[in-house]
Ligand binder design. Structure first.
Ligand SMILES: [Zn+2]
Length: 289
């Protein structure tokens, strides 16, 4: 990992990279139908509904930059930590090629994009994961960028909003990847000490090492409808607890009913909901934003 230290944030306004279509959405281009209800959909229709099927409310996965576009106020996103690059510390075979391929496919350098912006008029730090980049897996750079986003929020007394989407740890980085769970979990204490509200939005899918670290440590935890979230698969869980698990156990609704999630928020209402949370919590904490 090459790092210029925490002072090396990119402060200038940046252009959004070319949008590459998500795999799930390539399917739409081919079949022109929703994978859930199989009704016909057009690209214009989906763009207008923030990529939610108007017939069955299936929430398509978003790229990090689409999410930023749908969440941040227009024209004010300043990316942080974009200078950090992933190396191959364990010399895992073909890892560099995999990273190159992921970059070419997505236009982003890692599985999380972090930055300063405004949401509903409130200044915030935003971190958004992108599942297209090696399954949104958390290696050393993803952990570092999330931790730095937390430290920037704490230093500048700003709220932090994180949208998670991840398959878990990055296997090519072995133990270094697992260490990011502890690192990001500990960094949330800086937010507590600075009295900065920390909001998490769980999107499809949020699993394993990310779910078991910073994704479940928010002050308020939201989720999109139908988002898959689990630490391990149904077979592993059933084998561990020696009980049959319900079919819907990995979905956000199941976790909401058991109190792990505070609210399930449809995508069309997400900005307004975050705006409400920012208004109420920022005033309560006496911070900026
Ligand atoms: Zn549908």
């Amino acid at each position: 990992m090459k790092s210029k230290g925490i002072q090396g944030w990119i402060r200038g306004r940046i252009e959004h990279p070319v949008q590459k279509k998500h795999d799930e959405r390539l399917l739409i281009d081919e079949t022109h139908s929703c994978p859930s209800c199989h009704r016909h959909l057009s690209a214009q229709e989906l763009e207008a509904t923030l990529y939610v099927c108007p017939h069955c409310q299936h929430h398509f996965r978003l790229t990090a930059w689409e999410r930023i576009r749908f969440t941040a106020d227009e024209g004010v996103f300043q990316e942080l930590s974009s200078e950090i690059e992933t190396a191959n510390p364990l010399e895992f075979p073909d890892y560099e090629q995999k990273l190159d391929a992921a970059f070419r496919k997505t236009g982003i350098k890692e599985a999380v994009v972090t930055g300063l912006c405004r949401v509903d008029g409130h200044e915030v730090v935003l971190a958004i994961m992108d599942f297209r980049f090696i399954g949104g897996s958390m290696g050393a750079v993803v952990g570092e960028k999330v931790m730095r986003a937390m430290l920037v929020a704490a230093e500048q007394k700003l709220p932090l909003i994180v949208f998670t989407s991840s398959g878990g740890a990055r296997m090519q980085e072995g133990i270094l990847s697992l260490m990011q769970m502890a690192k990001t979990a500990v960094a949330t204490q800086a937010l507590d000490k600075a009295r900065c509200p920390y909001f998490v939005v769980l999107t499809d899918p949020t699993t394993a090492g990310v779910l078991a670290s910073f994704a479940m440590l928010g002050d308020v935890t939201l989720a999109e409808p139908g988002a898959l979230m689990r630490f391990a698969g149904a077979r592993v869980v059933a084998g561990t607890i020696r009980e049959k698990v319900p079919e819907n156990f990995p979905l956000s609704q199941y976790h909401y009913e058991r109190g792990f999630i505070d609210l399930i928020v449809p995508r069309q209402d997400m900005r307004a909901t975050l705006g409400f949370l920012l208004r109420t919590h920022v005033q309560a904490a006496g911070g900026k934003g």
